[in-house]
Design a protein around this ligand. Sequence first.
Ligand code: CO
Length: 189
Amino acid sequence: MKSKPEVLPVRVIGDKILRTKALDVLDDSEELQEFIQDLILTMYEDDGVGLAAPQVGKSLRIFVVDPYWYREGHEKNPLVFINPEFKEFSGEDIEDEGCLSLPGIYAKVPRAERVIIEGLNEKFKKIRFEAEDMFARSLQHEYDHLDGILFIDKVAPLQRAMFVRKLKELESGTDENGVNIKRKEHEDN
Ligand code: CO
């Protein structure tokens, strides 16, 4: 057994796992619990507000979100979702998004303003949230990762044109096995 969680390498666009539909989680296990702790730690260490399992190389339907932790007066409160499902979408909203798998790229993405989501938490207990604003947005963003969808897929073509070069540059880091691990020089430039 591992003594403490570790930071996992984050996959960058070009990595084939980011475009693969993830599989349902079937069983709990010690290994899975350790992975969830690693996922949570990696999200915070990389200054993310959400992170999905495929982004760290595991094709499972799990993500973690904590949309407000970096704000003044907020404490860390990671919410783990296993096999999540949306029950309702309402309203419309367009806001800037970024993604740890798309370092340096930000764009306005249309999303539902409010959602209802159900799933299991890390203890495999049923959970249900009615979310809005940034919380709803991060749930939709992370959920998309489980289906191999990235936020750039939802951006208007004109806006997309502005970061085509950056995308190509990021994708060029992909190795012959279809793996593209985030490098230091990718970060925020
Ligand atoms: Co993302």
